[in-house]
Design a protein around this ligand. Structure first.
Ligand code: CTP
Length: 404
């Protein structure tokens, strides 16, 4: 599958370095040629021999090189690479690469390379969330560098949070997508909604829904990678906007409704992964509400517009509408009801009580429900699921155009 492709894999010094061995072995199974560059610190975690054996190629390490000899070699590796992959990518590597430092073989090669770059960051949560790291990441994303992960979970240091390197399989999927880019969405205009909406009660309190926005962001990224022009309408989330995507930030369901009413008719495909609040406060206060001296506080809620339904009513011929149904019971019956009542072509149904599905996690277990039937998918990364959703949506689009 990747027989003519060359991947230069940089391995930096983090505990996840051992997982890079599986990345090499998976790339080799797909027939890619893999050249590994290890930083000096990476060699403290894994031996070069491991990578040499798996890649069947000499491994470049700074420790074994004579002063200065890498000035020549980095050009050779940078030139041959179809993809520069760094897994794990430490905070130090992100900082150096963001600022163009080139003081070892890996950073020198990265600076000289013209191929796409994919980084799989891995570090302690506090380091990942540090302003310096996030600013470096922003610089890299603005430059068109691709990233995968990090995932959230239990880290080697015992902390729980974001910073764990993505699984090797997911990294390899992202690498393949960059090496063999699909262009089946080129020329299509796509709108994706993501994240929760937020309804203010007073200046310090609000009502919201549980949603990390990860599914919507994965959909936007996948459509962009397949050549679409993407608008991402997002509620407040803690995610970095994908490079090359037009972002529209919204807060309340009313904002989301107004944006969609403006933009929906220009789109070829619309995927509504947002979790809009169904209600807003009838009389939000401009002042912070005070306690009622022991008396109950009665708040009145009024229903928000159902954005998906309104978009469904304005559907253009040939336009494909995708909605989500996150349910805790009667999954398929509820999904079919939403397909009908909101005028959707496809509903991505997921039972959020299942482990590995729903909020905050990086995976999802979904059933695609359309007029044509149901298609249950295994547990997939949100990015992989995003691609399956677009595959299905494109085939529905083809069906619509053949009906005339
Ligand atoms: N949705 C919407 N506007 C709303 C509520 C939901 O556009 N006010 C969209 C979501 O983006 C999603 C789909 O409708 O694509 C289903 O969302 P969900 O919250 O499951 O549906 P509801 O219509 O709110 O139904 P219920 O809460 O009764 O299950």
């Amino acid at each position: 599958m990747l027989s003519s492709k060359s991947v230069v894999l940089g391995v930096t010094g983090g505990i996840a370095a051992y997982k890079a061995a599986e990345v090499v072995s998976r790339l080799k199974k797909l027939d890619a040629q893999v050249d590994v560059i290890m930083t000096k610190n990476a060699t403290r975690f894994v031996t070069p021999l491991t990578f040499e054996t798996l890649s069947a190629r000499p491994v470049t390490t700074d420790t074994f090189l004579r002063e200065g000899s890498w000035e020549v070699e980095h050009v050779a590796l940078a030139k041959k690479a179809d993809l520069m992959l760094v897994a794990p990518a430490t905070a130090n590597l992100l900082a150096k690469f963001a600022h163009g430092l080139a003081d070892d073989m890996l950073t020198t090669t990265l600076l000289a390379a013209k191929a796409p770059v994919l980084l799989a960051p891995a570090m302690n949560t506090v380091m990942w969330e540090a302003r310096a790291t996030q600013e470096n990441l922003r610089i890299l994303l603005d430059r068109g560098v691709h990233t995968i992960g990090p995932d959230s979970g239990l880290l080697a240091c015992g902390d729980v949070g974001a910073g764990r390197m993505s699984e090797p399989q997911v990294i390899v999927e992202a690498a393949v997508a960059l090496l063999l880019p699909k262009t089946d969405m080129a020329g299509l205009r796509v709108l994706v909604t993501a994240g929760p909406t937020l309804e203010r009660l007073d200046p310090v309190r609000y009502l919201t829904n549980d949603s990390s926005g990860k599914m919507g962001y994965a959909l936007a990224e996948a459509a962009r990678d397949r050549g679409a022009s993407v608008t991402l309408v997002s509620g407040p989330v803690a995610l970095t906007p994908p490079y090359g995507v037009e972002m529209v930030a919204v807060e309340s369901t009313t904002d989301l409704y107004n944006v969609l009413m403006c933009l929906c008719c220009e789109q070829d495909l619309i995927a509504q992964a947002a979790a809009p609040a169904d209600y807003r406060f009838a009389t939000p206060s401009n002042e912070k509400l005070k306690k009622q001296g022991g008396k109950p506080l009665i708040l009145e809620l009024v229903e928000n517009p159902d954005v998906a339904r309104e978009v469904g009513e304005r559907k253009k011929p040939g336009q494909v509408l995708i909605g989500f149904a996150a349910e805790t019971s009667d999954l398929l019956a509820n999904a079919r009801k939403k397909l009908q009542s909101k005028g959707l072509h496809l509903v991505v149904a997921n039972d959020v009580t299942q482990e590995g599905a729903g909020f905050r996690v990086d995976t999802n277990i979904a059933t695609l429900v359309s007029k044509g039937g149901e298609h249950s998918l295994p547990k997939l990364s949100k990015r992989e699921l995003a691609d399956r959703i677009w595959d299905e949506a494109l085939s529905i689009r083809l069906g619509l155009s053949s009906q005339g």
